[in-house]
Design a protein around this ligand. Structure first.
Ligand SMILES: *Cc1c(COP(=O)(O)O)cnc(C)c1O
Length: 385
């Protein structure tokens, strides 16, 4: 079914990109588990030659993603980092990427450890400081990469303000929209050229797929990304594309519940005597709460908090005390997860640097799922006592 911009998000989530299979009428897009396609005569085919280049299951998913972010084109890759890798491959030696300073660890590693030695530079600044963004752009800056909300301190960057600065200088902005999902925030509508997703998280939503995607309305970028998708070949398989298509159909419903639960948990944590600081963009106490209200539809399912007893030992007691919250990396699934960035996702960052960015020893990160809020609160209550 085709989609258009007047449709609501829920309608797009269920229908965009998906048409009944013409050969059978199957309402769900089949898993086209094939590597090649039979041609009627040399060069005479139905638009499909080889499955690295094109696959109908992947095509449906890409059309769906483009509609959800309000873009014209999307390209999917075998992981979020493979999607980022494809974007960075549009640059050349001597170019620089200007980034937010609390980037997802794997994104930082890709830029510094893989692309640094190849001559593509990256620089890291506090993107929430718009004046600093303006001052930090250099002639060799060819891409601005930002995440909002950030991980794990959930800071908010003003997407439109950064895009306004970049547009004057002709620099494309890519927003890693993983934490918000396309339901809560659409960076293309605020002036971004590219939107990046780790589809692994909210979009797939069931902790059973690793995948990435890029969405754009810029035809030149769309062509380059499709070229790299085929030329470098980090494509997702059709089974995974099917699972993501299925996940997308409930994205808005899952996000609504995750946001509702997260708000209740954040309020609960904020009044708990053992809890120090609670970081959640939906709280009045969040320094960028007003900004979050203007660029996000709701405040997401991620919460971070630390303890008054700011020690790793105190954090460990909470981390090993929950029963519903599973101790694991990743986020965005239907089940709630709990993690300790200082010893898990951010262990490679030196302690001083970590503390300077607000990532304290006892900081605990929650990915709030769609369970019943009372049970999640009771689980934290137990673990905190
Ligand atoms: C997980 C994640 C990535 C990397 O995606 P993978 O699918 O794990 O490769 C990039 N950015 C953010 C914000 C993430 O959470």
């Amino acid at each position: 079914m085709s989609s258009n911009n007047t449709q609501g998000f829920g309608t797009k989530a269920v229908h965009a990109g998906v048409t009944p299979d013409p050969s059978s009428g199957a309402i769900m897009t089949p898993i086209f588990q094939t590597s090649t396609y039979v041609q009627d005569a040399p060069g005479v085919h139905k638009g499909y030659e080889y499955a690295r280049t094109q696959n109908p299951t992947r095509d449906a998913l890409q059309a769906s993603l483009a509609a959800l972010e309000g873009g014209t084109d999307a390209a999917c890759f075998s992981s979020g980092l493979a999607a980022m890798d494809a974007i960075i491959k549009t640059l050349k030696s001597g170019d620089e990427v200007l980034c937010g300073n609390d980037l997802y660890g794997g994104s930082y590693r890709l830029l510094v450890a893989v692309y640094g030695p190849l001559g593509i530079k990256s620089r890291y600044i506090n993107m929430t400081d718009i004046e600093l963004v303006k001052k930090s752009i250099r002639p060799e800056t060819k891409l601005i990469w930002l995440e909002t909300p950030t991980n794990p301190t959930l800071q908010i960057t003003d997407i439109k303000a950064v895009c306004d600065i970049a547009r004057e200088l002709g620099i494309p902005v890519c927003v890693d929209n993983t934490f918000a999902s396309p339901y809560l925030q659409n960076p293309l509508s605020m002036g971004a050229t590219l939107v990046h997703h780790s589809i692994t998280k909210y979009i797939a939503g069931h902790s059973d797929v690793v995948m990435g995607g890029v969405i754009t309305s810029d035809k030149k970028y769309a062509e380059k990304l499709k070229f790299i998708q085929n030329a470098s070949g980090a494509v997702p398989g059709p089974q995974d594309c099917f699972l993501v298509l299925r996940g997308i159909k409930t994205l808005h419903v899952r996000m609504d519940r995750a946001c509702e639960n997260a708000m209740k948990l954040a309020e609960y944590l904020e009044q708990h005597p053992k809890v120090g600081k609670v970081m959640y963009p939906g709280l009045n106490s969040h320094p960028q709460h007003e900004l979050a209200k203007t660029q996000m539809k709701n405040f997401g399912g991620m919460i971070s908090f630390d303890l008054k007893d700011d020690s790793i030992e105190a954090a460990n007691k909470v981390l090993s005390g929950t029963k519903l919250f599973s101790l694991a990396e990743s986020l965005g699934g239907v089940e709630s997860l709990i993690g300790h960035p200082a010893s898990m996702t951010h262990a490679s960052i030196p302690r001083e640097q970590r503390l300077a960015s607000g990532l304290t020893d006892s900081l605990i990160r929650l990915s709030v799922g769609i369970e019943s809020a009372e049970d999640l609160i009771a689980d934290l209550e137990e673990a905190l006592s």
